[in-house]
Design a protein around this ligand. Structure first.
Ligand code: SF4
Ligand code: SF4
Ligand code: FES
Length: 752
């Protein structure tokens, strides 16, 4: 983590490093300035994305006028400092550190997973350590299997990078140092939880101590071809590197020094539509179906370019374009923009990580958007942020970072955001019409109906006093709410008038890109073409439609991320079938390749007309992201009229909440054999009693005309009377499950 992130007003300083004049900003460490100026200082424990660990001493430098070597990774540079990064003494000291690292280190490089990409191996060579001159008595330290990773204490150099990632970034807090002098080790204090986020800890391990259990002993690093791309699952647009051998993905890595993946990204890469050949008969049937269809119904799993093709087809043939989740988000953001005057909200993940106070509402964030939860965790760990989590269901997985849980009734979101705005905008000047709506609120009634006590809101408001840097994170519970547009406008008041950093988590996949590129319709009409959704004629990258389509990993294109970044996806796996562009060309459009449309993406929506092959795809040495480009935020017309809050329609009876487990987002993650396949209806003991269900009962129910048959499981970590219903495993029906996430259902027991 750059230490400059927390500075409010960066002041330029000048430093001389190895005779080179370098400029930086006040608050930066010597190491940061050196790296920015392409000056090499060796490190072993430094990890850019966390606070300095300062456990290895490899980064020592001399500073003129200062006695003794200092740690450049944690020492802030001062204006005018003269720094030497290397001389005989420094070299010897670093060499001695490497000798110590090698005491008893087995140097089993021939069989070690890390060989060829190991920091210890590299620096042992770099500092000319040619033998192991010392040994100590080695205690028995067996390899431990921790699910997705395995830990070999004999190879561990105790740099603590893994612990810092587990604590500061992913927040699973599973890894701790077990102190014991020379016998110190890392321990997993939450083995029962079997966290897949440990993959993120393994990704930063500089040696072969913490490795991917599935990849272990399958290939040498130097045999793998690396293909950079963008993860298509959650909408976070993260950098992934597919590491391939013999046309197969062996593992997914990333620029772990700077970015962190979620488990779907790291492990859910096996979702390709394999062994597809051009099926001319099916293609002709598809063209016929397009002749009679009136609607194209599609899921979030289409690229920006495919979304653009669909929009062109709408303009050419008059199809209705229906993509329910993206449409709900589009309407929400349009209403939001009417208040702020900008097409996009101002929210940034970096600002979230720097916030001193955060409110999360309308999302089960740990499951819906693990990446956003990481930034929330960073705010909690780095800034000791107050985190208010507002939701109808408590989440034990985030209780380590939540400082105030405010439970509201399902369905009462409009009333809750109105109460929130009323509390947080109390002393802020507002347009008269907005002030009038807030003054007209029947606080007592809203409070009673939503179950949010005025004292809870007062406590929340007090926790924000004297804090700077507020963030508000909202999610999809709000987008499909019947009062979504008024909710959006009220939330936008907090950005516009109270300066909140507001993150509206977009739907998974490429929901954000679709919402910007397509002129979407609300309802289908006539015969339908389904794209990754069941239609009268179905195009499917899942391999179960009337005509095969390529999965994201089998086509070039771009995605639009939560952070408004347009990033490239590259072809990883072969695909021999037809693509949407073939159909579009047969229907009258004309483009040789799908990516010919990258430069055509709508400028009016902030896209920049850049050719696919010109998109950058790298991080600088200091972690600056040069991946694709960031959308321009376009100015839009305003209309700051807020409607009165509608009567709250509460939910009685058996209520379930559509919510996927942390590693799943869609029918594509469901296809992955590396991710869990289990999809139970999970409820608390209280839910089981109220619904008269026993653990293991098979039940059926219907949501959005989609019939479910699921095994019910009691989850003792859950509280309350609302059960969690996964939808990721519903194949071509997954995208149909896009209504308001809380549903009252009739459960029918069909087995026990
Ligand atoms: S951790 Fe590095 S140095 Fe140690 S055995 Fe593995 S490759 Fe060799
Ligand atoms: S397991 Fe790896 S990352 Fe963790 S302390 Fe040991 S060497 Fe460092
Ligand atoms: S990099 Fe500075 S102490 Fe390890």
């Amino acid at each position: 983590m750059s230490s400059t992130n927390r500075n409010q007003e960066p002041k330029t300083i000048n430093v001389t490093i190895d005779g080179k004049g370098c400029s930086g900003v006040f608050g930066q460490t010597i190491l940061e300035i050196a790296r920015e100026n392409d000056i090499y200082i060796p490190t072993m424990c430094y990890l850019t994305k966390t606070l300095p660990i300062a456990s290895c001493r490899m980064c020592i430098v001399d500073v003129e006028g200062v006695d003794g070597a200092i740690l450049s990774c944690q020492e802030k540079a001062t204006d005018g400092a003269v720094v030497t990064t290397n001389n005989d003494e420094l070299f010897k000291e670093r060499q001695n550190i490497m000798k110590l690292y090698n005491v008893n280190h087995p140097l089993e490089c021939g069989v070690c997973d890390k060989s060829g990409e190991c920091d210890l191996q590299n620096k042992t060579m770099e500092f000319g350590v040619s033998g192991q001159n010392f040994t100590t008595k080695e205690p028995a330290r067996p390899v431990q299997n921790w699910g997705v990773v395995s830990y070999d204490p004999a190879l561990c150099i105790m740099c603590e990078k893994c612990v810092r990632v587990s604590t500061e970034i992913t927040g699973d807090e599973a890894l701790k140092v077990k102190f014991g002098g020379y016998n110190s080790t890392i321990e997993n204090v939450k083995q029962d939880a079997n966290y897949k986020t440990l993959g993120e800890a393994a990704a930063v391990c500089p040696v072969g101590a913490l490795v991917d259990s599935r990849f272990k002993y399958t290939a040498n690093a130097w045999e793998l071809t690396q293909i950079p791309s963008t993860c298509p699952h959650c909408g976070g647009g993260h950098d992934v590197i597919y590491e391939m051998k013999h046309g197969k993905v062996y593992r997914v890595t990333n620029n772990a020094e700077f970015s962190t993946l979620c488990s779907a990204s790291r492990y859910g890469f096996d979702f390709a539509n394999e062994a597809v050949k051009k099926d001319e008969t099916a293609f002709k049937s598809a063209l016929k179906a397009f002749e009679t269809a009136k609607t194209i119904l599609f899921s979030n799993e289409v690229s920006n370019e495919e979304a653009f093709i669909l929009q062109q087809l709408k303009e050419l043939k008059g199809y209705k374009l229906v993509s329910k989740e993206a449409r709900a988000y589009q309407k929400f953001m349009k209403a939001y923009g009417l208040v702020t005057g900008q097409m996009l909200s101002n929210g940034s993940l970096d600002k979230l990580s720097q916030s001193r106070a955060v409110i999360v509402m309308g999302t089960r964030i740990n499951d819906d958007a693990p990446i956003v939860k990481y930034y929330l965790n960073m705010a909690s760990k780095w800034q000791r942020a107050r985190v208010a989590y507002m939701h109808p269901i408590e989440d034990s997985e985030i209780q380590n970072i939540v400082t105030q849980f405010i439970k509201y009734e399902a369905g009462s979101e409009e009333g809750v955001v109105a109460l929130l705005a009323n509390t947080l905008l109390k002393d802020i000047e507002l347009p008269e019409n907005v002030r009038a709506v807030l003054e007209d609120l029947d606080i007592g009634n809203l409070s009673a109906e939503s179950n949010v006590g005025e004292e809870e809101l007062e406590a929340l408001a007090k926790s924000l006093i004297k804090k700077v840097g507020f963030s508000l994170v909202v999610g999809s519970d709000l987008y499909a709410h019947p009062r979504a547009e008024n909710i959006a406008k009220i939330i936008a008041l907090l950005e516009k008038y109270a300066g909140f950093n507001v993150i509206c988590i977009p739907p998974a996949g490429n929901g954000k890109g679709i919402s910007l590129i397509c002129d979407l319709d609300d309802e289908t009409e006539g015969a339908t073409i389904g794209y990754n959704v069941k239609g009268d004629f179905t195009l499917s990258a899942l391999g179960d439609g009337d005509l095969d389509m390529p999965a994201f990993s089998q086509q070039e294109g771009t995605l639009t991320s939560l952070s408004n970044r347009i990033t490239p996806m590259n072809v990883i796996l072969e695909y021999g079938g037809y693509v949407l562009n073939d159909i579009a060309n047969a229907l009258g459009l004309s483009a040789r390749y799908t990516i010919d449309y990258t430069k055509e993406l709508p400028l009016a929506k902030g896209y920049k007309g850049v050719e696919f092959d010109s998109l950058e795809d790298y991080f600088s040495a200091t972690g600056e992201e040069h991946r694709g480009y960031v959308l321009d935020n376009v100015t839009v017309d305003t209309d700051v009229s807020i409607e009165e809050v509608a009567e709250i329609n509460g939910f009685d009876g058996t209520v379930i909440y559509n919510c996927n487990p942390q590693e799943h987002f869609s029918a594509f993650t469901a296809k992955s054999n590396n991710l869990t396949k289990e999809a139970y209806l999970l409820g608390s003991e209280q839910f089981a009693t109220a619904a008269k269900l026993g653990d293991g009962d098979t039940i059926s129910y219907t949501i959005d005309s989609v019939k479910f048959e699921r095994v019910f499981k009691i989850d003792t970590s859950l509280k309350g009377t609302i059960a969690l219903n996964p939808t990721f495993d519903m194949g071509l029906s997954s995208a149909l499950l896009s209504s308001y996430r809380f549903n009252k259902v009739d459960l029918e027991r069909v087995g026990s």
